[in-house]
Design a protein around this ligand. Sequence first.
Ligand SMILES: *Cc1c(COP(=O)(O)O)cnc(C)c1O
Length: 442
Amino acid sequence: MAGPSAPAVLAKGMKHLDLDGHDLPPSPAPSSPSNGRKYALATELVYTESGDQYNSSSMPIYQSATFKGGPGQEYDYSRSGNPTRTHLERHMAKIMNANRALVVSSGMGACDVITRILKPGDEVVTGDDLYGGTNRLLTYLKENGGINVKHVDTTKLDVVKAALSSKTTMVLLETPTNPLIKIVDISGISSAAHEANTDCYVAVDNTMMSPYLQNPLDLGADVTYESGTKYLSGHHDVMAGIIGVNSASLGDKFYFMINSTGCGLAPFDSWLLLRGVKTLAVRMEKQQANAMAIAEFLENHGFKVRYPGLKSHSQYALHWSQARGAGAVLSFETGSINLSERIVESTKLFGISVSFGCVNSLISMPCRMSHASIDPATRKERALPEDIIRLCVGIEDLTDLVDDLSQALVRAGAVRLTSEGFEALSVAEGETGRTTQVVDEP
Ligand SMILES: *Cc1c(COP(=O)(O)O)cnc(C)c1O
């Protein structure tokens, strides 16, 4: 679990130094289990010591902008460093299998920090089914920063290879993508990118999986980042972004940006995230078990379902070669925008909301909400079905969730109740009977 800096940390009598040579609290540095083997992630998530003077069980919130004392002390100004934030960063580095983690005010803030190392003339190769906000930021950089951004189908290794060149300075990936749930070969693309240009950085947005299910750095990526607003915090009560790296120089570059722009996560938000992440394992296990059952339920009723837990997913093998679970986001098509709208409006437990990763189940129509910032023409070009419904499954009782969805499907007219159970109606009748054209333009 520990990276190259670990031996210094684990050796008896040695000081616990971070990459900058700071003497830090002993944990959340990588723990040294008494049983001689590595603790499992579920254990590491909850195991943390703060070195607090009162032995507090929860890391205190150092709600202080400044720290008294002279030069050479560990903390002086919270934009540059704060004990609560440092504690979270070291905890996250351990969880992400990274040598260094940096926490900022949002997932997009993390993406901003990462892309700020680009210079005019640099080339970025990225996907064509990106998170809306990422797409918006890259478009801004293309139009104002002199960055050449190439959007390609990153699910095809040969297409990515053809787009790479010695000028490619960054490859930015997301897997699974959302809401199309396309899988991207992290290790294949990382090798190809480094072959094309040894100085190329491969950055992976790991928000959909969380470090509990996928560790991009172990697969050859240089940077892993994610929105802490989602699974890491789990309760939709805080916004945060996390960046993980193994390279000390890359970590320093990102730290420079964070200190320069002042986007480091605030003490109280750091504390909320520390609290939330402790339950990541139990939440994720329950959420993906619920998601799997719901994906099967929908597939059995004739809907086209996209979920990497289903054997019918065309990239099932690739996904499981790099991840330990399928996550809890799935999408399905109904064949009609109107029908999708009626379904989304008819659920009660599945709340209509953007975002995911919360303990509550959510439902949305991405083309109307999270992906609305991508213009309709581009959505069409990228084959984003306008009727697609995204489900972000929470930790509620499974029977209640299935009942809620079933009733919504019946009320919306997508299925009919018969003596044998549900019967799908024409628009949802398998591949051939389905209306695939967009029914009404938004
Ligand atoms: C939410 C999200 C982001 C942005 O994170 P914020 O915390 O909302 O800024 C980036 N990528 C993906 C895949 C996301 O789902």
